[in-house]
Structure formats: C-alpha cells, structure tokens
Ligand binder design. Sequence first.
Ligand code: ADP
Length: 274
Amino acid sequence: SAVQSALRARRRQYQLRDQIGEQMKAEQALRDSERRKDEFLATLAHELRNPLAPIRMGVDALARIPGDSAQALRLREMMARQVGQLVKLIDELLDLSRIATGKVVLRRVSVDLRTVIASALEACQPALEAARHEVRVELPPQPVWVHGDPSRLAQVVSNLVNNAAKYTPAGGHVRIELAQVQREATLRVVDDGMGIPAEMVGRVFDMFTQVDRTLDRAQGGLGIGLALVRSLMELHGGSVRADSDGLDRGSVFTLTLPAIAAEAAADCGPGAPE
Ligand code: ADP
C-alpha cells in the first residue's frame, strides 16, 4: 500500500543518512591520523637534529687538535662523513614534513634552468666522480626561463643526478638534457644503471618506497628524496615522471615546468624576487 511504501522510503532514507555519517567519520579519522603522522615526523626530525649540531661541532673541533695518529685522522674523517649523511637525511625529513604541513614557501624568481643545472652538477660532482661515471650535459644555446625557487629547483635536479650516480654501477653514463618546446620546459636525467622494474615505476615517488628494501643493500637512504622531488615539482606547478625498460636497462627521470617567455623573464629581471 501507499503507507507501506512511504515507510520503506523513509527507512531507506535513514539508512542512507547513517551510511553517509559513518563514511564522514571514517574520513575524519583518516585525516586525523594523517595529521598526527605529519606532526610525528616533524617532531622526530627536530628531536634528531638537535643533538647533531654539537656532535658536528665536536668533530670539527677534534680535527683542529694537532699531533694525532693516522688512525685517529681516519676515524675523524669517517665520523665527519657519517654525521654529514645524518644531517642530510634529517633535513630531508624536515623538508618533507614542512611541505606536508604547508610550511614551505618558495622564493620564486625568473630563473634560467641552465644555471640550475650548473649548480646541481657542482653539488653532485663528488658522487659522480667517486663512481667514475661519464657525464654528458645537453643544453640549448638560449636560456630556458621558468618561474621558480632556484635553490629548490637545484635541490630537485641534484636529487635526480645523485640517484643516477647511486643506482648506476661504476663507470656508467649519466646524461642531463634540457629542452623547451613552446611553453614547456623539459629536463631529463638519463642513466644506464640498475633501472626500475615495471611494477615499481609508478611508486618510486611515494614516501619511503625503495625498490630494494633489504637492509644490507649497498645504497643507504630512506626513500624520501623522490617524494620530496615530486612535492617540490607540484609546488612549482610542474611534474616529474620515471621511465625504465626494467632491471639493468637504465632509468629516465623527466621534469616538466611551465616555461615563461623571455620578455616576461626580463620584466621582473633575471633573479629579481617578485
Ligand atoms: P633513496 O635513494 O634514499 O632510497 P629515493 O626516494 O631517492 O630514496 O628513491 C627511491 C627509490 O627509487 C630508490 O630506493 C631506488 O630503488 C629507486 N631509484 C631512484 N632513482 C633511481 C635510478 N636512477 N635508477 C634506479 N632506481 C632508482
């Protein structure tokens, strides 16, 4: 009858309302736990970083005390290197949690990507040389202007180049290519190293994701670098992608950024903050 079907409709309405309520509660819980994770990461990074500053100073001070044995010298060098590694890791963690909580502010200016590549290469020189890689850089003869934070962009590029150095067996080839097609700048970092298995290619940008997770793997790290690269590219309105034909077939990491016209770059002056 009409009454029964009206009752059924009402009951259905209540059920739907309950369902939606449950779903909203679940989403809120998820947001809360995401926020707690971000807060935990930020606190952890801060707490880890604090004792490192005096340790670093101690190691530096030790280096100035004369008349030490060769063995003490080697130990000091080792300690300085390891502390440097720790500082780098923790800084990456801090960076990532700052991005997650919206606390990273880009200092965007007009910048020529060729100069970004030059400063990234400078930072990567030790890693590239230690592995005796052959490096080729292919730059266009004219500037490629983008609107970005020069030091953050250099950080992105050096992360990719350091990875290329790290995941390519000694004596490999690393190529950096820059091109601009109309309003898009493309920067590629190509290596002929370990490559990435097909099922991992889409996931290497996720936080803490590593192809080889075994603890005795040759290459250290936490799997933060590429997550940072992706976040920084998104903040710049750009993107990053990985391609590989599989294990031992090398990798290609491609950055894209909106390019700005030379006249627009000149307007705000090269390197002039807006
Ligand atoms: P990490 O290097 O500290 O592990 P990243 O976030 O930089 O962290 O990289 C994540 C993972 O992606 C690496 O552990 C590695 O498995 C893979 N990877 C990154 N770059 C390359 C590359 N050029 N060739 C092969 N694998 C790579």
